[in-house]
Ligand binder design. Sequence first.
Ligand code: SF4
Length: 339
Amino acid sequence: MWDFHRELKSGKLQCTACPRLCQLSDNEVGWCGARIRKGMKIEPRTYGLIHGRLAEDPIEKKPLYHYHPGKKILSFGSYGCNLGCLHCQNWHISMQKEKSDISKLIKKSPEEIVEDCIDRKMKLIASTYNEPMIAFEYVRDIATLAHKHNIKMVVVDNGYITRKLAEALTPHIDAANIDIKGFSSEFYKEICDSPSWKPILKTCEIFHNQGVHLELTNLIIPTKNDSDSMIREMCEWIYEKLSPLIPLHFSAFRPDYKLNHLPYTSIKTLEKAIRTATDVGLKYVYIGNVSGHKGNHTYCHNCGKLVIKRERFFTGIINLHGNCCSSCGTQLPIVVASE
Ligand code: SF4
C-alpha cells in the first residue's frame, strides 16, 4: 500500500507520489527537493525535520472555519514543494531547491510532536507552511500516533498528488484545506510551474468522498485568476462535484516573491467573487486576509442568522447549539470540538 515508486527499464526509479513522476537515479533528489532515491527506495530526506519551531496557531489561520472553531492547532512545516508558485509566501522554505539546504532544519520525531501537543493540552496538529504530501510518511506516522491520543490531524495542502497517494492517505487525515490556485491548465502552467492541474480536483473529490473534512482556498491574484468566468467555473465545479456546503475562502493576494509587481487584491474584487459563488449556490463563502470584513463571519444557510463571529483570529461562537443553529435548529456543516 505504502509503495509510491516503480522501477523503470532504464534502471531509474519513478516516484509516484505526485503527478510530476520524477525519474531518479541513486541519491538523486526529486523536483520537490524533499524526496530522494536511496537504493531501491524513494523516501523523504525531510522525515523528522521541521523548519523553525512548533507554533500554536488559531485554526482559522489555516484557514479552517468549520472545524473546531476557536481552537488552537499545533502547526509545523518542513522543506520543499512540488509546485513552483511565483507568489509563494513561504518561498524561503519551499523554493530554494537549487541550494537544497536542509541542514538548518530542526529534528522533531513524530513522538516528540505528539508529546508536545499533549503537554500543551491541545487536540489538533497541522502539517502546513510547505507541502505536507512530499513527506507523507512523516505525516502518516504523526497522524497514527496522534489518533491514539484522540488528537486530530490536519493538512494544508496543494492537492497535487496522485490518486493512489490520496486514497492511501485519507484514513490518516481528519481535515484538510486544499488550495485551488486557479481553474485552468494555463494558470497552473504559468503561475505554478505545473504540467497538469486536474489531479488537484481529483484529490479534492477523494478527500471529500472519503470523509475528510474539507475546506477550499482560492487566492485571487489581480490579472491572473480574477476573471468572473474562471471564478464561476470553479464554483460550479465545487457545487456539482463536491457540495454546496463546502466552505470556500477567497483570499486576498499580497505582492510577494516573483509577483511583487502586482497590486493587492481589492475588496471590491473579493466581494464580487463572493457574489459569484453565492449566485452559483455555494452556502459558505468567506473573505480571507481582510480583517473586520463581514465576509469573515458564518451565517446559518437556512435562516441567515449569524452563528460565528470572527475578528482577525478572535472567534466568537454566538449562536450555535452543538453544531446546530440556535435560531432555527438546522444542523450546520461545522465540526465542533467535543470537550
Ligand atoms: S513527490 Fe517530489 S520526487 Fe516525487 S514525483 Fe513529486 S516532485 Fe518528484
